[in-house]
Design a protein around this ligand. Structure first.
Ligand SMILES: Nc1nc2c(ncn2[C@@H]2O[C@H](COP(=O)(O)OP(=O)(O)OP(=O)(O)O)[C@@H](O)[C@H]2O)c(=O)[nH]1
Ligand SMILES: [Mg+2]
Length: 450
């Protein structure tokens, strides 16, 4: 039997503690009483599923808390096992008391994602749906939430299942034909099969291509603010976050390491990154900072190239020479000091101090980010998970193998072998062929209590 807090523990109205396993209700009977005066054990068999029971938690005859317990009897629960959810008062003291009580009654603290893992193992959801639970919790925007919901409600799994069935169908026909080989009966036209496999490869490739977009929607657009020291990068970073997060000073080289903060603007999630000013330096720490800034330029989806209007660097573009133009937003900062300075037209002029031009900058960034998150693909399903993408790529390789076999006149066994392997690879997405390592890798990334 496992237990874990399903809500954050601390100063809050309530804390929900979830228990799952065979003995859930007999444990509950040992600690839960309908009377506050003294401990009166409840009859665990009389706790009907999908009811909320009001009562009191006791430990060795002493009252710990007043609580409501929600009852879910197997198999109609999240995990498919008997589940009780104790809604106790918030606060770490009460949680500690109840968790000690549960431990002494034979429960063990759940591993991260263990409830969802049990739900998967008990057939309550497939692997892609279980992964969607984690994505839903992580989602910060409408788009990310929609994608996770599509996956959670089985739309994505349905698509994978139908692709899988198509492959099973081809294998069955190829294998059946083998049984009739002596009679020379042709059940499958190899030309037709080739056309179908080509179509499948195209569909898989289309799905795989959606990953770049899906990843950005789910994890956010990485937006790095880069430029020479003292141009105002940290000031812009703080302006966007609306707080004094990064140290700002007129000493060039103030920011030594990059800083990263989440930010949602116009429904798009960003990971905003302030970087160390790029310059040639002998200072070992600053050198490392500059190296990291360059790395961030490579890793980012968008780059904000900042130039000081009052002291423009003619070689500034060198820092982004390897980045495609669609990814770069060029800004001239300190426009409030503009009188007397020529304002170039190849960028947006802003002031991180007065806020001038910030609306324009905001719009330019959002336009570029929107282009990254809205694609031209025909598929209505978007892949957000690297594991799913890898399974599809592997499957495509086997389909290409089947294609080769058909073209080189390979026998039905060889063609069918490749198609079966392709099928196994996509089955891994929904967990039909996933091994223990894959499961552990997925569920340990979940939060406690989910
Ligand atoms: N007048 C004016 N001053 C600014 C503006 N933006 C930044 N500054 C000033 O410029 C100086 C440098 O700003 P920072 O934001 O620390 O610059 P940085 O690019 O992060 O510098 P490093 O961390 O050293 O690379 C500070 O004194 C800021 O107050 C602006 O729009 N107008
Ligand atoms: Mg800085």
């Amino acid at each position: 039997m496992i237990f874990a807090p399903a809500t954050l523990v601390g100063s809050s109205g309530i804390t929900v503690i979830r228990i799952s396993g065979d003995e859930t209700f007999s444990v509950l009977a040992k600690i839960f009483s309908k009377s506050a005066e003294e401990f009166e054990p409840i009859d665990a068999d009389k706790l009907n599923s999908h009811t909320a029971q009001h009562g009191y938690i006791f430990h060795a005859g002493s009252l710990i808390d007043e609580a409501v317990v929600t009852i879910f009897r197997a198999p109609n629960s999240y995990t498919g096992e008997d589940v009780a959810e104790i809604s106790a008062h918030g606060g770490s003291y009460i949680y500690r008391k109840i968790s000690n009580l549960l431990r002494s009654s034979g429960c063990v603290h759940a591993e991260p994602g263990e409830f969802s893992k049990r739900a998967y193992l008990n057939g309550k959801m497939d692997l892609a749906q279980a992964e969607a639970v984690a994505d839903l919790i992580k989602a910060k925007t409408d788009q990310a939430n929609d994608l996770a919901l599509k996956q959670l409600t089985g739309k994505f799994s349905g698509k994978i299942k139908s692709l899988r069935e198509e492959l099973i169908n081809y294998c069955s026909l190829l294998e059946l034909e083998l049984d009739f080989s002596e009679e020379g009966i042709d059940l499958v036209s190899k030309d037709d099969l080739l056309v179908k496999i080509d179509k499948l490869i195209e569909r898989f490739n289309n799905l795989t291509r959606t990953y770049e977009r899906g990843k950005i929607i789910l994890n956010g657009v990485n937006l790095a603010i880069i430029g020479k020291p003292n141009v105002g990068k940290s000031s812009i970073f703080n302006y966007f976050l609306n707080e004094s997060r990064a140290i700002v000073s007129d000493i060039p080289g103030t920011t030594r390491d990059y800083l990263q903060e989440p930010l949602v603007m116009d429904g798009i999630q960003y990971n905003l990154i302030d970087t160390a000013g790029i310059r040639v330096t002998e200072d070992i720490v600053e050198k490392e900072g500059v190296r990291r800034s360059k790395l961030k330029i490579e890793e980012s989806d968008l780059v904000l190239e900042v130039i000081d209007l009052t002291n423009p660097d003619p070689n500034a573009d060198n820092n982004v020479k390897d980045v495609s133009r669609e990814k770069v937003v060029k800004v001239y900062n300190k426009v409030d000091l503009a009188p007397g300075f020529k304002i170039p037209i190849d960028g947006i002029s802003i002031s991180a101090i007065t806020g001038e031009g910030m609306d324009k900058l905001h719009k330019a960034i959002n336009e570029k980010a929107a282009a990254l998150t809205t694609g031209s693909e025909t598929s209505d399903i978007i892949i957000t998970n690297e594991r799913h993408r890898d399974c599809l790529l592997k499957s495509c390789e086997y389909l290409s193998g089947a294609r080769e076999q058909i073209l080189s006149g390979g026998g039905n066994e060889l063609i069918s072998f490749e198609i079966r392997a392709a099928m196994d690879s996509i089955s891994e997405i929904i967990g039909k062929t996933a091994n223990v390592d894959i499961l552990n890798n997925i569920f340990t990334k979940f939060c406690i209590g989910k």
